[in-house]
Design a protein around this ligand. Structure first.
Ligand code: GTR
Length: 416
């Protein structure tokens, strides 16, 4: 074998070895090259569909916000199921010695969701600190932890070493010790995350004649999960341990999309947190980077409404983009977080959506993101809009949670 051949073989091996791992969804071509993103024009959150500029808070609240909400309902997520009129809450179990006596763990079954029969129920699993002085603020989300675990871990330990001390598996204790309750819902209870089965449960009960993927403006799974989070909030309003005016809605990835949409639809959520929510969440749809509208609709035909499929490979025709979803949290605090090795979710697109919401916060007289450039890794920016980019992969980690706890601490609302 010639030396040249050996050298070339080693080189070829090295090139292969250091090439980035195939990203999620790598069976097709997806763009991960910033220089190939291409030009796009975002819709202006402060201009009505008919071209009228929005220049006062009243115009935002009375005209533009309802217009944007309706566009997201009609074109992206579908209309949420109706608000139930006869909800019932059954506390199935209470354990006041949970987490070594620090917390009370409750499981509450939420019945009476409406529609034919009363077959489906939402189960909320809640941990609330025992030594609280009055009602406590809470975090609620979908799949925040394993509701069946004896000692749940609501965020993965960050796999990359950082200078600060992280709680790792003790994250739940830290959340409780800092005075917060935390509750989770599980999709399988009422709307399974499965294209073939998502109607089993509450959607079958509410729309008994429907089959197949969501109709043009019908709720997909994301709208259904977000609606269920509002039902959890209905319950929290009856729980003496919880301050319902300080409930944050939080989610990771598909459940980060859900958290943003829940916060947009239900302004009772006092704070909204999107962790690595990506396409259909915080990431701008018009940016050609990582996951695309066409790919998400193909892989998850049950997540969005039927109309959203019209925008496969035609993102520029969308009447909205995701910075306007972030803006629907205004003027409440909202936090968008990204991870460096999460190209599929387009970290820069997530940042630009947070930045694109800033003008609405300003109009409403509150300081928003306050920066225009994506911050360096590990730096938290923003006031009423928070943002960070952390090291590591697509995950909700203990590192992220510490940022969210600080953010929530910074936005206290007096308990009633
Ligand atoms: C992926 C999907 C993403 C994200 C993720 C997740 O397969 O393409 O949009 O939602 O799943 O939820 O973990």
């Amino acid at each position: 074998m010639s030396r040249l051949f050996i050298t070339l073989t080693i080189l070829a091996f090295l090139v292969h070895a250091i090439a980035p791992l195939p990203a999620r969804g790598a069976e097709e071509e997806f763009n991960y090259d910033e220089s190939k993103v291409g030009a796009y024009t975002l819709p202006d959150p402060l201009v009505m569909q008919d071209g009228t500029p929005v220049t006062t808070p009243m115009q935002w609240h009375d005209k533009r916000r309802p217009e944007l909400l309706a566009l997201f309902e009609n074109q992206v997520y579908g209309h949420r199921p109706p608000k139930p009129t006869a909800l019932r809450f059954d506390t199935e179990s209470t354990d006041d010695s949970a987490v070594d006596g620090r917390a009370t763990r409750k499981q509450v079954r939420i019945h009476g969701l409406g529609g034919a029969g009363d077959n489906a129920a939402i189960v909320l699993t809640l941990y609330a600190p025992n030594d609280a002085d009055g009602r406590v603020p809470a975090f609620v989300g979908m799949h925040l932890f394993d509701a069946s675990a004896a000692m749940p871990v609501p965020g993965k330990p960050l796999e990359v070493p950082v200078a600060e001390k992280l709680p790792g598996a003790k994250l739940l204790e830290v959340i409780l010790d800092r005075g917060y309750a935390i509750g989770t819902l599980t999709a399988a209870d009422f709307c399974p995350d499965d294209a073939a089965r998502f109607r089993e449960g509450v959607l079958q009960q509410l729309y008994p004649d429907q089959t197949g993927p969501p109709g043009p403006e019908q709720p997909g799974a994301i709208a259904t999960w977000a609606w269920a989070l509002s039902r959890a909030l209905d319950y929290l309003g009856t729980d003496k341990a919880i301050d319902p005016t300080r409930v944050a809605v939080i989610g990771h990835s598909r459940m980060g999309k859900t958290a943003l949409w829940a916060g947009a639809e239900d302004q009772r959520f006092a704070l909204v947190i999107s962790n690595n929510s990506g396409c259909g969440g915080a990431a701008l749809s018009r940016r050609n980077f990582g996951e695309t509208v066409a790919r998400i609709n193909r892989a998850f035909p049950h997540w969005f409404c039927g109309n959203f499929k019209q925008y496969n490979d035609r993102e520029s025709e969308l009447p909205v983009d995701q910075h306007e979803l972030v803006a629907l949290s205004a003027p409440r605090p909202v936090y968008v977080a990204s991870a460096v090795d999460d190209g599929w979710a387009d970290p820069r697109g997530e940042f630009l959506a947070a930045a694109g919401a800033d003008a609405v916060y300003k109009l409403l007289g509150v300081p928003g993101l306050d920066v225009t450039d994506q911050p360096e890794t590990g730096k938290v920016v923003g006031q009423q809009i928070g943002y960070h980019l952390r090291v590591g992969k697509h995950a909700l980690t203990d590192y992220d949670w510490l940022r969210y706890l600080d953010f929530a601490d910074r936005h206290p609302k007096p308990a009633k």
